[in-house]
Design a protein around this ligand. Structure first.
Ligand SMILES: [Zn+2]
Ligand SMILES: [Zn+2]
Length: 147
């Protein structure tokens, strides 16, 4: 895990958020040769033009993904800090974005980690693992890419 500076020009002054796509682009530009996938974690809030915020973003079937920490914290929502809950949410969102990087799309099983989360309530409601169907796809993809 290598810390790096937040890329210059990725802050949107009007929205007071970082532009997810620019962060992801910077992550992808510096992928180490021996990396399978690269997951960036930013301790800020991310957005894309058409959405008020995103928990993360990934290149579908690509190498890079990013997860934003700000909204996963209870403090962001005016509540008392809850470290275990924060880490549980982080686990789910990291797995979710990496799933996208492995080519998985959103899953319709509400308990699957690949289920689309629009709010932290959605994140909390879904499970921390992939459903059978998503796991099978992931297994097939990782087998193929390592052979
Ligand atoms: Zn997603
Ligand atoms: Zn699934």
């Amino acid at each position: 895990m290598r810390p790096r500076a937040v890329p210059a020009g990725s802050f949107d002054e009007k929205r007071k958020q970082y532009v997810s796509t620019k962060i992801l682009k910077a992550i992808i530009e510096e992928v180490p040769d021996d990396a399978g996938k690269v997951l960036g974690v930013i301790d800020e809030d991310l957005c894309i033009p058409i959405l008020t915020f995103v928990f993360g973003e990934a290149q579908l079937g690509g190498v890079g993904a990013v997860v934003a920490l700000a909204r996963l914290r209870q403090e962001f929502h005016g509540l008392d800090p809850d470290e275990p809950l924060f880490l549980e949410r982080l686990h789910k969102e990291c797995l979710h974005e990496l799933g996208h990087a492995y080519g998985l799309i959103h899953c319709h099983h509400p308990e699957c980690v690949m289920y689309l989360s629009n709010t932290v309530f959605d994140v909390d409601r879904k499970g921390r693992t992939m459903c059978g169907a998503c796991s099978d796809i992931l297994l097939a993809r990782t087998k193929r890419s390592s052979s």
